[in-house]
Ligand binder design. Structure first.
Ligand SMILES: Nc1ncnc2c1ncn2[C@@H]1O[C@H](COP(=O)(O)OP(=O)(O)OP(=O)(O)O)[C@@H](O)[C@H]1O
Ligand SMILES: [Mg+2]
Length: 259
């Protein structure tokens, strides 16, 4: 393979991020290869969302470098819109336009950013709605859909832009439990199709089954990373062990591990 083919999709080095006096990321190094699925886990407030947001410049690094698809996005002269047009992002909230139909929600950015003609944008939108199991709901408005369906529309909308990287920030955490499975199934299919994905999640079963690599972050640093079977199945660091105890068995973990 050429160097080009193996170049990382995301290459984060020495990333620091402070909000005022508060340092939230304290030197993070993380590389994601093409086709790799990396799940980021860790306690609330550990910096997971901040890390993800630094990958498309929704937050600006205080120090360090963040290279995405070969572009150094901390460079002040970067064309960040060009980078963002190749990166799909799915948040906890769906952020669909309430006054637009599902189909329109999935064509707006295609037409504005990629300048696709209406018919082509609609065809691609429909293909992606079918991919997430909603090919027959293009005429609906978001409020007529369940939370899980809305989140799948948000995924279809991102996929319609032909992203080379998908970022997910707890995409299922606002959903009723019975709606989570459909969204995770879509994400799993995406991963199996070879999409490069960085997923912040509390869904340990998903991380264990789908991730190529799990990254445990606590206090703004990567404490442990590796194959899911190792990090989730056999964590080495006491902080990882404590976190997993609490997440996997919340009723029986009462600070039995100390750091
Ligand atoms: N815009 C901001 N201004 C000030 N502080 C912020 C800002 N965004 C995040 N923080 C702080 O940074 C820390 C890390 O936040 P972050 O959202 O990255 O955590 P997280 O790991 O995603 O947590 P959760 O699991 O609850 O989503 C928190 O203490 C948070 O209060
Ligand atoms: Mg978060």
């Amino acid at each position: 393979m050429t160097a080009q083919a193996t170049a990382p999709v995301v290459d984060i080095r020495g990333l620091h991020k402070s909000f005022g006096q508060r340092e939230v990321l304290k030197g993070v190094d993380l590389t994601i290869a093409p086709g790799e699925v990396v799940c980021v886990i860790g306690p609330s407030g550990s910096g997971k969302s901040t890390l993800l947001r630094c990958v498309n410049q929704l937050e600006t690094a205080s120090a360090g470098s963040v290279e995405v698809l070969g572009t150094e996005i901390t460079d002040p002269d970067v064309d960040i819109d060009a980078v963002r047009s190749r990166v799909g992002m799915v948040f906890q909230g769906f952020n669909l336009f309430a006054h637009l139909t599902v189909l329109e929600n999935c064509t707006v950015a295609q037409r504005k950013v990629l300048r696709r003609p209406k018919e082509e944008a609609e065809r691609i939108a429909l293909e992606n709605l079918e991919r997430v199991g909603l090919g027959d709901r293009g005429d609906a408005h978001p409020h007529q859909l369940s939370g899980g369906q809305q989140q799948r529309v948000a995924i279809a909308r991102a996929l319609a832009m032909d992203p080379q990287l998908m970022l997910f920030d707890e995409p299922t955490s606002a959903l009723d439990p019975e709606l989570v499975g459909d969204v995770l199934a879509v994400m799993r299919a995406l991963a199996e199709g070879g999409m490069t994905m960085m997923v912040v999640t509390h869904e340990m079963a998903f991380a264990r089954d789908v991730a190529d690599r799990v990254v445990f972050i606590d206090g703004g640093v990567i404490v442990e990373e590796g194959a899911p079977a190792d990090v989730i199945g056999n964590p080495q660091h006491p902080r990882t062990q404590l976190f997993l105890q609490r997440v996997l068995d919340p009723t029986h973990a009462h600070g039995t591990t100390t750091d």
